[in-house]
Design a protein around this ligand. Sequence first.
Ligand code: SF4
Ligand code: SF4
Length: 192
Amino acid sequence: MGLENYKNFLDILNQDLDAMFEHQKDYIFCKEGCSHCCEYGEYPFTEIEFNYLMIGYNNLDNKTKEIINNNIKNLQKDENGYYICPFLINRKCSVYANRGIVCRTFGLLNKEADGKVNGPFCGKLGLNYSNVYDKETKELLMDVIEENQYKNLPRVFSLDITNIRKLDLVKELGIEFGVQKPLDEWLKEYAE
Ligand code: SF4
Ligand code: SF4
């Protein structure tokens, strides 16, 4: 029942996110085969997100599961605790329909808890918002924006899971997200 409601919630969230990405398309460089955002992260998942992700995993064929299990076994974290997501295979998400909220929202401008604008790190690689946002100063390049007369101005969204959990829709659907942990910790527990 909980997961059914969560699926309904995701359907609505996806529609909203599609509209956000469309609105910001002058600044978005996402395309198939681009997977930097799945290659460097902590991937915070709440309990319900992780359970939903594992439904996707359980529906995969054995060969794909084996690749993922090997990725989990060989998972290496860097000094920041970042790693390649083990569900990434040949630069594609193997559990795309069941991916987490952070996977769905990544790529847009986001407001941090301190109110600062946070652009996706792929901006440093010349990708999302690299044309209008300075990742070092965390500021929008207003002169460039004015010069280029983009159809829509860059918009900063409140897409942190903390904010998403507070949405009225979450209350209406009675969704309990549960505790939040990095994906590798969930996977470790799952394997025990
Ligand atoms: S968010 Fe950035 S890294 Fe991820 S697919 Fe889009 S452009 Fe590529
Ligand atoms: S679950 Fe899929 S979309 Fe999310 S980080 Fe992993 S590979 Fe990327």
